[in-house]
Structures are given as structure tokens and as C-alpha cells.
Ligand binder design. Structure first.
Ligand code: SF4
Length: 406
């Protein structure tokens, strides 16, 4: 009985024309599909969707066969990377120590590799040893040494070599500074700043207590030539990046006399060698209004945004609408999707449908391969040089991997 009913149903649904079509169907007769991914998949591949509760489609699709089902090859191609990759400088700070640039056409993993290399692997010179001859200030020797270690020094690290445990400090691996600051009795308290650090291009002047009398007193370094004879330092004496960093404060009758030895190192060993105060990136924000907001709603949307992303546009005839004026400034705070502006409440009888309007019509996205990168240098090297160094370090790493694999 049940089978009869099903047969009847089939007869009613599948017409004769459809049967003939199915019989003659050939997949090769279908029209050509347009090349590329369907728009919704392309959007998911290239954008992070920032919903009111959490972002979605956050990962980048790196598997080459991810889109095989729709006939798209997702493998990385060097030619398309070289064609699409570009760097655009957006701004530099007046002192040249901060740089903002856009890196376009790159994967998040590579952008993050640059960030990590900048923080931890680009070498700089930093004070490693402090020989305290006299310290009657209230700052203990070890605290003073720690503070001095964190003073950024302007010296091209590429000129210097790393100092290993068994090496003798010499002009190629050590920079020596001396500090002698005093506050005489009866004077007011004074500050000891980094401008009082004096570079000693001929090396240490502190005599080592060897107990053996020799013609030349032994010091803590053995320089063969003066560092100021290096062409790089002839017009550019080595000094701290900023002259006004506070080292200590001296009261009347207090004195600090020391020698500080700076060596080459990387941030991975200690943060004092990190060449950047910070290096960070964020994906380019994209704010899209999927419908026009006019009148009071437009004003409300403009007021809702703390980053002033929206503006009011005059359309004439007294009509005003919201426009996305500064999408780059969007911090993704989602204020524009909050309850009072449009986030839906659980469905209830008599729900105000206008509350859904913003959430359905304001799209917050991030472009997955467009990074706003910012480098804030400590002052030891300019940020553009730091980035170039980071690229070289990543290149070296890649070459090592290739060599190991081959
Ligand atoms: S997410 Fe925040 S910053 Fe971005 S457009 Fe909305 S309100 Fe403005």
C-alpha cells in the first residue's frame, strides 16, 4: 500500500519532460562556469567577518587543494605573489623613530614572522657589564647596572662581532662608556642623565688589579685601534639614543663613578637588546554599509562610533545619509552593533524590528592579506633599517631550511 502511494507521488512529481531531460543529460553540455571562486567563498577566503559576538573565518586557507571541488587551484604561486605584494609607507614620526606602513599581499604568518624577528632577533648593542668604582648614591649597584643595560645605544651592530665567553673584549666587540657624576656637599639634589655617559673609543681606562707590575697597566679591554678611526664613527660618535634618560638622582655628597661595557646581542637573550619599543600589526579594517542610513538613524550611527569612522553626507534636498569616511580608524570595538544601536534581543512579541537594522546592514570586516604595520624603534637604528634587517634574517632562515632539506 505504501509503495503504491510512493509510486503515485513519483508520477505526480517527475513529469515526462523531466524524464527525457534526465535521460539525455550530459555533464559536458552544461555552460562553462566563470573562473575563480564563487563570491561568497572568495569573501570568506579574503576577509575576516567581525560579528557582534565573535569574528568568523579568521584562518587563512593555505591548503592547495582546499577549493578543488569548485575547480580552483589554491596553491601559492611565486609569480602572483611578486605581482601582488607591495609595501606602502603611510607615516613616519618627526624624529624618524616610528614608521607606519602597509604590507599588502602577504600571509598573516609572514607578517607575524617579521614582528617576532624585530622583537627578538635583530641585534643591537647594549650595556652588558658595569664596573662600579664608586657608588654612594641610594641606587644599589645591581639596580644601577640594570638601568644602564636598558639605555638604547646608537651604534650600527653590523660593524661589531658577538663577544663569546672566551673572547677578549676588543674594539670589534665592545663599546666602553664611562660615567663620573658627583653632587658636591651643599649643592641641591641633581639628576644623572645619559648625556653624562662618555664614550671611550680607546677602550677601558679602569686598571685591572693584577698584582703584577708591568710597563703598561692592564685594563678590562685590549683595543688594537681606536674606534673613532672606524669610518662609520668618524663623524658619528657612539652615544646613547637619547641624552635625557634618567640614570639616577644624587643627593649632596653622593657620587657615581663607573665604566659600562656594551656588547652585541639579540632580544631573545634579553629584552635590553630588542631594537624596538614595540612592533605590531593589524589587518586593514573594512566597514561596509549595506543600506543607506538617513535622518535620525544616520546621526545615531555617527554618534555611536568612538573612532569617528562615519560622517554625514549631504545629498541635497535636505536629505542626509551616513558615509564611511575613515574605515582605517576602525578599532573594531563593535559599538555600532551594540544592543541600543541594533543588536537583536531574543525574539519577543512586539520586538522592535528597527533594532535589527544596523546589525544586518553594517558589515565589519578585516582584509586578511593587508597589514597595517607599525615599528617603534628604541632609537638604536631607524625603523626602515630594522625592517630591512628583519627581511635579511628571515631570508637567512629560509636558506638554512632549504639547505637542510636538500
Ligand atoms: S566597530 Fe567601533 S570603531 Fe569600528 S565602525 Fe563600529 S563603532 Fe566605529
Amino acid at each position: 500500500m505504501a509503495n503504491e502511494v510512493e509510486e503515485e507521488e513519483m508520477k505526480r512529481i517527475v513529469t515526462e519532460t523531466e524524464k527525457t531531460f534526465a535521460k539525455n543529460f550530459n555533464i559536458f553540455d552544461l555552460p562553462d562556469v566563470a573562473p575563480g571562486l564563487p563570491p561568497h567563498l572568495e569573501l570568506q577566503r579574503t576577509r575576516v567577518f567581525c560579528k557582534n559576538d565573535a569574528p568568523i573565518h579568521t584562518t587563512s586557507v593555505s591548503y592547495s587543494g582546499a577549493y578543488n571541488a569548485v575547480g580552483e587551484n589554491n596553491s601559492v604561486k611565486l609569480e602572483s605573489f611578486s605581482e601582488n605584494f607591495r609595501v606602502e609607507v603611510i607615516s613616519t614620526s618627526p624624529d624618524g623613530m616610528e614608521l607606519e606602513f602597509d604590507m599588502i599581499g602577504i600571509d598573516a604568518a609572514i607578517a607575524n614572522a617579521f614582528r617576532r624577528i624585530l622583537l627578538a632577533e635583530v641585534p643591537t648593542m647594549a650595556i652588558e657589564k658595569v664596573f662600579v668604582a664608586n657608588n654612594t648614591s641610594i641606587v644599589q649597584d645591581e639596580v644601577l647596572a640594570h638601568r644602564m643595560g636598558l639605555i638604547p645605544i646608537v651604534a650600527n651592530p653590523r660593524i661589531f662581532e658577538y663577544l663569546s665567553e672566551n673572547d677578549q673584549p676588543n674594539e670589534k666587540n665592545t663599546i666602553v662608556f664611562k660615567l663620573h657624576a658627583k653632587c658636591a656637599k651643599g649643592e641641591v639634589r641633581r639628576k644623572v642623565l645619559t648625556n653624562e655617559l662618555i664614550w671611550l673609543p680607546n677602550g677601558s681606562e679602569l686598571v685591572k688589579e693584577s698584582g703584577v707590575s708591568t710597563s703598561k697597566p692592564k685594563t678590562f679591554t685590549s683595543f688594537c685601534r681606536s674606534q673613532d678611526s672606524f669610518p662609520e664613527f668618524a663623524d658619528n660618535p657612539i652615544a646613547p639614543s637619547y641624552p635625557d634618560i634618567l640614570i639616577a638622582k644624587l643627593g649632596p655628597g653622593q657620587e657615581i663613578e663607573l665604566e659600562a661595557h656594551a656588547v652585541k646581542g639579540i632580544g631573545k637573550t634579553h629584552a635590553k637588546w630588542s631594537p624596538v619599543a614595540t612592533a605590531w600589526y593589524r589587518m586593514l579594517p573594512e566597514v561596509i554599509l549595506q543600506k543607506e542610513f538617513e535622518g535620525e538613524q544616520a546621526q545615531k550611527l555617527v554618534r555611536a562610533c568612538p573612532a569617528k569612522v562615519f560622517d554625514i553626507e549631504d545629498m541635497g534636498n535636505g536629505r542626509k545619509r551616513t558615509k564611511v569616511a575613515r574605515p582605517r580608524d576602525c578599532t573594531l570595538c563593535r559599538e555600532c552593533l551594540r544592543e541600543e544601536f541594533g543588536e537583536p534581543k531574543p525574539k519577543a512579541k512586539g520586538e522592535d524590528k528597527s533594532k535589527r537594522e544596523w546589525i544586518d546592514n553594517v558589515a565589519l570586516r578585516r582584509v586578511k592579506n593587508h597589514f597595517i604595520f607599525k615599528i617603534e624603534s628604541t632609537g638604536s637604528l631607524p625603523p626602515d633599517v630594522l625592517f630591512t634587517e628583519a627581511v635579511k634574517i628571515l631570508e637567512d632562515k629560509c636558506e638554512r631550511v632549504i639547505a637542510d632539506l636538500s
